[in-house]
Design a binder for this molecule. Sequence first.
Ligand SMILES: Cc1ncc(COP(=O)(O)O)c(C=O)c1O
Length: 476
Amino acid sequence: MNLRPEQTPPSSTFAGPSQSEGDVNHSVRRKQWQADSLEASTRSLLARDSAAFLHQSVSTPCLNGIAKAQGIWIEDTAGRRYMDFHGNNVHHVGYAHPQVITAIKHQLDTLSFAPRRFANDRAVELAEALSTRFKSLTGSPGKVLFTTGGSDAVEVAIKLARIATGRFKTLSFWDSFHGAGLGASSVGGESLFRSGRAVGPLLPGTEHVAPFGCYRCAYGHTVDVNGQPDIASCKLACANMVRYVLQREGDVAAVVAEPARAVPFIPPPGYWAAVRQACNERGTLLIFDEIPTGLGKTGRFFAAEHDGAHPDIMVLGKALGGGVLPIAACIARADLDVAGSFALGHYTHEKNPVTAAAALATLDVIEREQLVQNAADVGAYALERLLEMKEHHPLIGDVRGRGLLIGIELVSDRAAKIPATDPAEAVLYAAMSRGLSFKTTMGNVLTLTPPLITTRAQMAQALDILDQCLREVAAH
Ligand SMILES: Cc1ncc(COP(=O)(O)O)c(C=O)c1O
């Protein structure tokens, strides 16, 4: 088959869409790190991986080979250990938590699968547990649907919002990520997943607005030396634009957003209360995607708790499966249970008892080991130290975060806020060489999302490594 010119795969000189989601897997620095660090057997594994899998940005070709994952640690195929401060946000309870593994093994021996038409204890128990959590946040009980991945759960949420409101439009953020499916990519705002030239038309009616992000406010407002916005002056222009678009469109089914953006960006005070109010005025539902940020990451069980605004529908995923199995959930206000004659999800593993058992064990570990509190404490310590580091590292333009969702934005000029993309990559690979793994987002944000079991001592060790790497990179 001949490809039309516009379908021609990117040449080696084509830079591709901007890398907002993660670090670049075809960069010169990555190649250099691999040349310096990898031994023959790992190279051979990477070559087989590259030959066997479809190539795509931010995954294949891969960086390194992995042999073990335990607690906060991953071990590569050459036996080197890394503190995993990325973990795709699946490892809240640490990799291979014994209670999660035991629960899965037990469930495999008891009931390993349930066809959808048969109810099973584990799935019901999990739906009830999430409903209770949802009620403690929103005041109304929730009803649940499980999927295997977050992208699917986001699409279930959108479908439900469409059916419940009789409208089809959504409003979401530029630069956001909600999953790789076509529907989720349509509400997402990253060119990496939307790139029109390659992917073609997306869902109609998926409107976008500039997100909150005070350090780089799309409306031109500034922050003080501590990175805090002046609300009296900006008057929440970002939230007002959501209200404006909802009003102008008039028939938006749902606002779809992460309550704290995983880049990360933390909402300015009052943002979600204002958006909630705007949604109420227009009969628009509010869908919170807490796939990476839920279950304690931000130092509260739900990221939405920080801002006192309640979603109508919430989506969870990633860490819900305990860092072992894939499970995600769409949880909706019980009175939105109005789609009984449609198929909302109908996914094969909708009521899988093994993934449900993993999730129940995960919720139990989070509670028993008081991991939400630990995330709050260790995260507060990290932010304090990073703010100190900012004072002697001119490369650090901004430090922001909540709990164990932390971003360190590197700039080559603090006043002009020029993104220091290459230094960020250099710091990433210098840290890898010292046993610390994390990812960069938007090219220049060192993004730390360690597991909730990370101790203060481990955080101190990781920040010492970062400190050293920043020093080293600045000196070159
Ligand atoms: C905010 C957000 N939504 C949705 C998703 C998609 O989840 P999944 O990869 O399980 O489809 C992700 C994954 O990174 C995410 O970060």
